[in-house]
Write a protein that binds this ligand. Structure first.
Ligand SMILES: NC(=O)c1ccc[n+]([C@@H]2O[C@H](COP(=O)([O-])OP(=O)(O)OC[C@H]3O[C@@H](n4cnc5c(N)ncnc54)[C@H](O)[C@@H]3O)[C@@H](O)[C@H]2O)c1
Length: 355
């Protein structure tokens, strides 16, 4: 088992990553014996996992709250229902929530924990690859409202994150690839070791080899935790975690969040951002080729030819990354490191969609 840390001072937390079963001792060490526990999960998480988790917690008062699976469940209504459950069960400040599922569950359970009684503890046990490498670390919690995704939320760190690669065996191919899209992102954010790991083990990654999964998750989290600890509230360097997101979000919005998974859209966004980086002179042609080949080597789609700049423009310009009316892009340099800039020629953005 590998132990990493994120967060500062009193809100610093441990992240345990294992290719074995969930480490029960770590879990119970972190939960006061007398505390009530609410496991928040969703209908897509295999029932045996939920049963085993409930049995693993030695406390006498362990409850389960299941929401429907899917992005729509990250709603105000479900948030209210979680709060109602906590009130009905007479939860106090010393009681605790366990978020057990993908990013949807982690975000809504974390947000509930951040606001109930002005904040109670929560533990993240992420069960999708995306939530293991991304959403469970960094303390961002949120729900969606009709006006937009993640518009209501809080920065609120968990008490502990427990990651077991064993959960990934049952993940659908689409969800697995979505997580791989985020893994690839870290390979281009200051993590050469991860890039080489992927280069050398692409087949094992496709086959979900347990050992290599643990290694790529550890490397991804090292990068994410380093960045989010430096910039907890996203006021600076954390922006490079958005490599591929400006175009990825535009593709997701254009396709109504239905056609592609989040990671698949972000992957296409990274290819587009890399192509613009090439036109801007930040990388050489062979480096662009290396990036695209690495992404394709683990079975991810790199072909964005069905998307037109004219169709995506309004979503690109709506992006959260626009500061003072200026579009900031995250590009990549000759060391395969992402960086944020507002200096680029818009014609190169348009050109990336023509070639
Ligand atoms: N807080 C953050 O920093 C952050 C970062 C990235 C994404 N997110 C959020 O994360 C969400 C996406 O998360 P996601 O990709 O994990 O999707 P998800 O939570 O919707 O999970 C995907 C599907 O996999 C199922 N599932 C979960 N674990 C499983 C398992 N072990 N085996 C089989 N099926 C399983 C779920 O039931 C669901 O149907 C979005 O709402 C996004 O906004 C948050």
């Amino acid at each position: 088992m590998v132990e990493l840390y994120a967060g500062k001072g009193a809100s610093r937390y441990k992240i345990c990553i294992t290719n074995d079963a969930l480490p029960k001792n770590q879990l119970n060490k972190c939960i006061d014996r007398k505390a009530k526990v609410l496991i928040v999960t969703d209908s897509g998480v295999p029932k045996t996992y939920i049963k085993n988790l409930k049995q693993a917690i030695r406390n006498s008062s362990v409850h389960i709250h299941e929401i429907k699976n899917g992005e729509k469940a990250k709603s105000f209504k479900n948030y209210q229902q979680i709060l109602k459950k906590l009130i009905d069960l007479k939860f106090s400040r010393t009681d605790l929530i366990v978020a057990f599922g993908g990013g949807v569950v982690g975000d809504i359970a974390g947000f509930s924990a951040s606001t109930f009684l002005r904040g109670i503890d929560y533990i993240q046990i992420p069960t999708t690859l995306l939530s293991q490498v991304d959403s469970s670390v960094g303390g961002k919690t949120a729900i969606n409202v009709p006006q937009g995704k993640n518009l209501v939320g809080a920065f609120y760190n968990p008490k502990l994150v427990l990651i077991s690669t064993a959960y990934l065996k049952t993940l659908s191919e689409k969800e697995y690839k979505s997580g791989l899209g985020e893994v690839i992102k870290y390979a281009f954010i200051d993590n050469k070791k991860l890039r080489i790991l992927i280069e050398k083990n692409s087949q094992k990654i496709i086959q979900r080899d347990n050992k290599i999964l643990k290694d790529i998750i550890v490397e991804s989290i090292k990068t994410k935790s380093k960045i989010v600890t430096k910039d907890e509230k996203e006021s600076g360097i954390r922006a490079i975690l958005n490599f591929g997101h400006t175009f990825g979000h535009a593709i997701e919005a254009k396709t109504g969040y239905k056609k592609l998974s989040h990671g698949a859209a972000i992957t296409l966004g990274m290819v587009i951002a890399s192509k613009i980086s090439f036109f801007e002179g930040h990388i050489k042609d062979y480096q662009l080729e290396n990036i695209i080949n690495l992404i394709a080597s683990i079975g991810l789609d790199t072909d964005y030819s069905s998307y037109k700049y004219s169709e995506l423009k309004k979503y690109i310009m709506n992006d959260k990354k626009i500061a003072d009316g200026k579009l900031n892009l995250v590009m990549i340099d000759e060391n395969y490191k992402a960086f944020k800039t507002e200096k680029f020629n818009l014609n190169n953005v348009k050109k990336a969609f023509k070639v």
